[in-house]
Design a protein around this ligand. Sequence first.
Ligand code: GDP
Ligand code: IMO
Ligand code: MG
Length: 428
Amino acid sequence: MSRLVVVGSQWGDEGKGKVTDFLGQKADVVVRSQGGNNAGHTILIGNEKFALQTIPSGIFNPHIKNVLANGMVINPKAALTELKNLEARGITNYHLYISNRAHVIMPYHMDLDGAYEQFKGSNKIGTTKKGIGPCYADKANRIGIRMGDLVNPDCLKEALENTLPIKNMELKMLGLKTYTVEEIFAEYVNYGKELKKYVCDTSLLLQEEIDANSNILFEGAQGSMLCLDHGTYPYVTSSSPTAASVPVNSGIAPKYIDHCVGICKAYTTRVGEGPFPTELNNEMGNYIRERGHEYGTVTKRPRRVGYLDLVVVNYAKRISGIDSLALMLFDVLTGVKELKICVGYKLDGKEINTIPATLKEYSMCEPIYITMPVWNEDITKCRDYESLPAECKNYIETIEKYTNIPVDMISVGAERNETIIRRDVFKK
Ligand code: GDP
Ligand code: IMO
Ligand code: MG
């Protein structure tokens, strides 16, 4: 048995969905513990492509219990639509459990997300506009509405009566539409009715699974550099996507986490605004973007693309305790004309190996690169390490050398089977 955390080691979209689906074949339970439908996890099963946002990537396996834990923010309408779309595609035999302590994304959260972005103008974060930040703000402000309230009409009404006068003041101040208790209640009470069968104390459920020696996979969302505390603040999301946040966000004790896999793209991408030292605004960046289909799953925005930045990966290693790396989208680098890896930054003439706290300093960091030999071979058919070209092995071993983390998985295509396993990190 093991409890394994999958964590994004960059700015999100590293391929966590694929890894969760792949490792999930051995899981009894798959848990999403933070974020909401700002996530977009793509899974390719045969020719079928699925893009999950709120629902965990274990949903395709009828033996897996899928948990949305307390640290999540859930848009009930979006979650129900996602479930209905899955059902329409034949995914009907699933097990879903939603924490009664998870917070509910309300329509005014989305309105406020959009309005704050508009007011920030050129300083906008580039959020997904799903209401994530305003929902977490209400949680911290103790005026949030939780799933336990949503599924109980009396509690929902009371929560709305307490919260809406405050939210309406804020909405009015920003020149936005206000809401009545009645109009939100009339709509949301129905979502509550539909979701009630899934809502429970998921911390209790997870403890029972731990006691039963189940294999539990914690599916990360977002990436370490988007962490509210440790990321490139304020260009971050409003929760912590680190392994350290898993216990508090799922209601298990920290001692139960056995292993952390850092998901690492073979290059770097970022959606939204904020500093990005290895960004490539050139032909190389365009080549990688097109080969990797680097367009957002949620917002369809073109992703910003850059060389692999090992300062970022080492930082993620430190804050999450990454034990293994899964190197993703490795096939995308085939044919790239010039290949580099960033192994440090230069700031004010000094070499540094960490992420400075202020935006001012971080935007002044210049990457220190090593140049890597390139390759032109198609590697999508490789299924073992030995069959990779020497230049690919060199790339992988350079990552291992500079991070001191074993690259235990290598992904050479989006499909489940397009994977090279060097060490089994999730034992049954
Ligand atoms: P996540 O948010 O971390 O789950 O990642 P996304 O799903 O947002 O983005 C990763 C994208 O890369 C998806 O379109 C995947 O289907 C795709 N993908 C994952 N692994 C590989 C790979 O090894 N090679 C290629 N070419 N695509 C991959
Ligand atoms: P997955 O799980 C990439 C980014 C947004 C924006 C910032 C804040 O697919 O890796 P938010 O809507 O969360 O307030 O936006 O965070 N962001 C992501 N970028 N992948 C994600 O999730 C992301 N979730 C949020 O683009 O820059
Ligand atoms: Mg994504």
